[in-house]
Design a protein. Sequence first.
Length: 222
Amino acid sequence: MKSLLGRFSVGRGLKLAEAEPPPADDEGYFATQFLEPEVAAEPDEAPAHASGWTTRALAVGAQALEPEQGLALLLKAWSDDALLVTLPPEAQRKLLDHLDFCTVPAGHEVIEQNERGDYALVVLEGLVAVDRIQPTGVRARLSEAREGDVLGEMSLLDAGARIASCVTLSRCSLAVIAHSALDDLAIEEPRLGMAVMSAIARRLSLRMRQLSARLGALLATG
């Protein structure tokens, strides 16, 4: 948790170090499920201001969601996060300056496995499949994300490659948190930024616990 929240004490200049991938197994579950693949560097001529979500939104046919409606859905989805819900309404409304809200039709890939991610998505409405695509092309279903769940937060925080593909199973309403927006929140609205980071970190921790339990069950039966 300390490493996740470090950006709020040092500001925009901090770059989080990427963790080294675990050593590859010759065979078995770990060999294909969770090793982070090598990703080619972005071309030098790519514009510095390019946004991963801007490009993705066009590809998936995302439609803008009315900001006030999007904020209301976000506060409802994260109603169990004490730091956020106890902020005064005028502080909560400042999220409108930093987040984008949209809807995406069913059957679209909002996060692509192996890409370098600069945004995370909060599911406000709908259902999203989280799949790990194997070298054979087979999709292994890891989980399904629902209201309040966060997608892509690991890459948002460590700038690593996406470990899974996320595809909408129904029409979904989403909140988009860009890396630059998270930095701006940390500098301009530290209390609000801490609340957002806490909500993300809590959900990441819960998912890691669930994953550990699943892996423990697999190893026990293996």
